[in-house]
Design a protein around this ligand. Sequence first.
Ligand code: HEM
Ligand code: HEM
Length: 235
Amino acid sequence: MSHGGPDAAPSADDAAGVGRNIVVWDVPTRVFHWLAVSLVVAAYVTARLNWADWHAYAGYALLAALLFRLLWGAFGGETARFSGFLASPRAAARHLAHAWRREPDLQIGHNPAGGWMVLLLIALMLGETLSGLYVGNDIAEEGPLSERVPAAVADLIDALHDRFLWDALLTAVAIHLLAILAYATVKRHNLLLPMVTGRKILPRGTPPPRLENPARALLLLACSFAAALALVKFV
Ligand code: HEM
Ligand code: HEM
C-alpha cells in the first residue's frame, strides 16, 4: 500500500497557501535512527564499565537494527531507499559547493552529500558490530571463525573493533553533528525536527514521497532478527 503520491488530496496547509506539511521520514526510519544512537551510546558505556553481557546485547540489537536498515534501504519508502538518495559524487560535490549559500529548504530526503555520509555511518556501525562478534567469540573461543583465523588477522580484528573503527565512527558522528549544526546556522534549515516528527513544511505543490506499509517493515524486521541471530552464531 502506498501513502501520498501525486494524487494525494490537498492538505489544509495547501489551501491556506503556507506550504505543505509533508511526511518525509517514515516511522521505521526514525525509530531506526534514534535506536541506533541509543545503542551506540549504550555500547560505549558498557565497554567502559566492562559490562560484557550488556555490551554484547547492545551490539546484537544494533546488528539487527542495521540489517533492518539495509533491507529498508532496498524495500522501504522513497526517502529510505539507497537508490533514492545515493547520488553521483559529482552531484554531492555540486551540493557542497552551495554549502554557504542561504536558500530555501526544498529537500525531501537526504541531500546528495548527506546520502554518502549516511552510508558511511551505517557501514562503520556494521563494521563495529561484526568485528565485535568476532572479538567476543575469539575471547570465548566459541565462534567457528575464531579457530580458523591466523593470530595476526585476529589481532587486526581486535584493533579494528577497539580502536580504528570506533575512532572512525566517532569522527563520522562528529562530522554528522557539525553538518546538522551548519545547516541550522548557515542555511537556517532545521534537519533535526523532521527526524523527530517525520514532517517538514515544503512549498505548495511538492509531491509527498511514496512511503511503504508499516506491515512490510515488521516482516523485514523479523528477517533482520533471524539474520542477526544466524550471524551471532556463525561469526
Ligand atoms: C558502536 C560501538 C560498539 C558496538 C556496536 C560493539 C559491539 C560489540 C559486540 C557485538 C561484541 C560481541 C559480544 C559477544 O558476543 O560477546 C563486542 C565485544 C567487545 N567489544 Fe564492542 N562494540 C562497540 C564498541 C566498543 C568499544 C568502544 C570498545 C572498547 C574500546 C569495545 C570493546 C569490546 C570488547 C573488549 C569486547 C569483547 C567483550 C567480551 O565478550 O568480553 N567495544 N562489541
Ligand atoms: C551515534 C550517533 C549517531 C549516529 C550513528 C547517527 C546516524 C545517522 C544515520 C545512519 C542517519 C540516516 C538515517 C536513515 O536514513 O536511516 C542519520 C540521519 C540524521 N541524524 Fe543522526 N546519528 C547519530 C546522532 C545524531 C544526533 C545526536 C542527532 C541530533 C542532533 C542526529 C540527527 C540526525 C538528523 C537530523 C538526520 C537526518 C539528516 C538529513 O536530513 O538528511 N543524529 N543519522
